[in-house]
Design a protein around this ligand. Sequence first.
Ligand code: SF4
Length: 490
Amino acid sequence: MIAARSLRAFELATRPIHPHSRIVLDRRWADLPEHVKTDNQLLGRCAIGCEGTHGVFPKCDLTCSPCYHSADANKVRVDGEHTLSEVHEQMEFLHQVRGPRAHAQLIGGEVSLLPAKDHAEALLTMRKFGREPMSMTHGDFSYDYLLDVVLDENGQPRFTKVSFAAHFDSLMRGRRGAVRPRNEAELNPFRETFARMFVDLKKQHGVSSYLAHNMTVTPSNVGEVASVTRDVLEMPYNMMSFQPAAFIGDDRRWKEDFTEVTMDAVWDKIEEGAGHRIPWKATQFGDPRCNRSTVGMRVDGRFAVLLDADDPRDIAARDRFLDHFGGMIFGDVPKHILTIKIIRAIAGHPGDIPPLIGLARRVVKRAGGAGAMIRAARAGKLGFKTFVVHNFMDAAEVAPAWALLEQGITSDDPKIKETQERLGSCMYAMSHPEDGRTVPACTQHSVLDPIENIGLRELLPLIGRSAADPAIVSRPDGLTAVRSTGKASQ
Ligand code: SF4
């Protein structure tokens, strides 16, 4: 009996695609609007999409323009207990309705205002529910804080790998040492210092990392996207993500006409900075008006894209992969289980081996050959780089589009209809267990955050301070320094 149960568990663990993943992916595909059911679509075929937390720690200690947090966010106290119970509920629900594995962002206000122990606990909770967590930060925290998150009381790593996304751009105000940066270049030392903390973390404690660099783009800094790309490509970031600014969140922080910056304009600047073409059309997450991304290998300044839409052999390999292996879980799987999984997957589709090997050969060729790769690896100049542009929508359009969607009505207004199409194809979901649903992040920020933060203000008021005093966010474990987060009246 026990042997039969163990055998069944082993069979399930090594099955190429988990049955729960299959169900949620098929459902996601069926629910997608027809216009995004394209050959290059990844949602519903190999990924369920990204996820993020909300209402777990709304407060932030910088004052950026724009800021996507609602006007009340800074009136909510950071409270580790609240964070942990919310993260638990949200992640448990995501696991139920979106399957055993997804990338999820620990996001809300500024994550480093959380006590380090609670930050670590939140990441462990996310992992427990099969989420690959990424902490979203402004990057203005110390190495000591990072160590407090990553190491336990005995100085032992809690994680083998951590992911952080750090937001750096000249629209941000209040960073220590760069309170009011005049240009993007001024932030380079801070970008470098942040990334170097994770190099040290690996050297000193053996903990790996995945790092993303985020930048909001407005007409005032779009001209600097090329130089930021050029500079950050030389730093140990794995992903560079750019977000053309949208009119969401605190309207006191809307200072420019953001509509002037298009995805194409940003991508052109990224290519200019990288010094080469960056093909992206072979894959798509959600609606192309929302999101554009690609991944490739950077070999001593040369970029070898993993999939080039202009090469039919790449497309044939992509299609085979998506048809036969889409939905396989590779992360957080013990090596021996993963090996058997892969063997079972390949055994089911042996005809896929030649096209996939062919694809690998082409990538090596694009990278300048195996010799160039070995030389670059020795010099520390080889790594995968992902480029992303994510185009959030304005609250003025999301609010009416969502209101109609809630009533099952498709708008006649072309702009609102477009917004509804994009919301329906959303690749970035937030969890609402209380309503038994997930919502697009645009809806969360534009429609739900303001209401949620009014409630959170009541639940977690700033305590013991007059309006004129700074609101202090302490880290009660006492491991890292207490910091001021500015006026309580903000
Ligand atoms: S609907 Fe909004 S959050 Fe969702 S993918 Fe589009 S821009 Fe992103």
